[in-house]
Design a protein around this ligand. Structure first.
Ligand SMILES: NC(=O)c1ccc[n+]([C@@H]2O[C@H](COP(=O)([O-])OP(=O)(O)OC[C@H]3O[C@@H](n4cnc5c(N)ncnc54)[C@H](OP(=O)(O)O)[C@@H]3O)[C@@H](O)[C@H]2O)c1
Length: 280
């Protein structure tokens, strides 16, 4: 089996390629220097030349706040880019897996979102990722869509690395306490994605590390495990202005994973401990 992985220089793409190799599957990891997803011909030519059996689409415009000012670029990469890649995957009859986000939901209520719940993104990034989902569902009958949240990995910048840096520089930090979700270690997610892509259990799934917390609780846990003295001051979203609005409720239900017999990911605290051992 040959699997094309987009976004290999990003957090998740990097780990998916490692996990594929470990599973004895041939990965073809690609990024911007190989082809630009927003270019229909480049994408079609590359994919038809490689002719993979499956595509795991991890590449995306992921700068949530920047997206508010770069609306067209974000939509081009996440919407049109996904459309181009799906078209090429259909041409070579490759299985397709699209990585999506909790930000497709409006974040109201306090129960975990089921996969089929109504969408309603609050920001440009979420809208563009939903465009990507539609690009998949409108062109294919069988696909994997896997929504995840609050991703951190060894390869790239993320909230954990930012907290570690600021935790060494500052005695205290204000962190939002009313956005609730699940931090997700990209390596744990990658393990599941590689298991999934080898099956024909197509569908829409939610996959995150288990358990929920606020960003402030996550930050406190990072400081604690890293032995940093920086105090975390919990603040409501209303006191922490960012260009992009973010959902307060980012909880995702794992019912569809359970129904398909896929394993849930480990607890977020456990994942964080393993991650910190790798990078600190
Ligand atoms: N990070 C999160 O918290 C989070 C949460 C929920 C869902 N997700 C989703 O999970 C997936 C993986 O996220 P991640 O954190 O691993 O992302 P990431 O680290 O930002 O990596 C994204 C990759 O996509 C590449 N890319 C951007 N534009 C491209 C284009 N036009 N053509 C080809 N490649 C392009 C980037 O290349 P350059 O570096 O060269 O720009 C980068 O290597 C994404 O689909 C994201 O939407 C992420």
């Amino acid at each position: 089996m040959k699997v094309l992985v987009t976004g290999v220089n990003g957090q998740l793409g990097h780990d998916v390629v490692s996990r594929l190799l470990e599973a004895g599957i041939e990965p073809v990891g690609v990024d911007m220097q190989d082809f630009d997803l927003t270019d229909e011909n480049e994408t079609m030519n590359y994919v038809t030349r490689v002719s993979p059996d499956a595509v795991i689409h991890c590449a995306a415009f992921t700068a949530v706040d920047r997206a508010e000012n770069e609306i067209e670029k974000c939509s081009l990469v996440n919407g049109l880019g996904t459309k181009n890649l799906v078209r090429a995957a259909v041409r070579v009859k490759a299985k397709f897996m699209y990585i999506s986000t909790d930000y497709v939901f409006p974040g109201d209520g306090d129960r975990p979102y089921e996969t089929q719940d109504p969408k309603g993104p609050l920001n440009i990034y979420g809208q563009s990722k939903l465009q990507g989902e539609v690009a998949v569902t409108s062109q294919m009958t069988a696909y994997f869509i896997v929504r995840t949240s609050w991703v951190y990995g060894v390869n790239g910048n993320n909230f954990v690395k930012t907290m570690l840096r600021l935790g060494k520089e500052k005695p205290s930090l204000s962190v939002v306490c009313d956005q609730i979700g699940s931090p997700t270690f990209s390596d744990d997610l990658a393990t599941l994605l590689v298991e999934m892509i080898q099956t024909s259990k197509y569908g829409v799934y939610h996959a995150t590390n288990e358990g929920f917390c606020s960003w402030a609780e996550f930050a406190s846990s990072i400081m604690g495990h890293a032995g940093l003295k920086c105090a975390i001051r919990p603040v409501p979203t209303t006191e922490y202005k960012t260009p992009a609005r973010r959902p307060l409720n980012s909880r995702l239900s794992k019912a569809s994973l359970d129904q398909a017999g896929f394993p849930r990911l480990p607890a977020w605290e456990d994942a964080l401990e393993r991650y910190l051992k790798l990078i600190v």
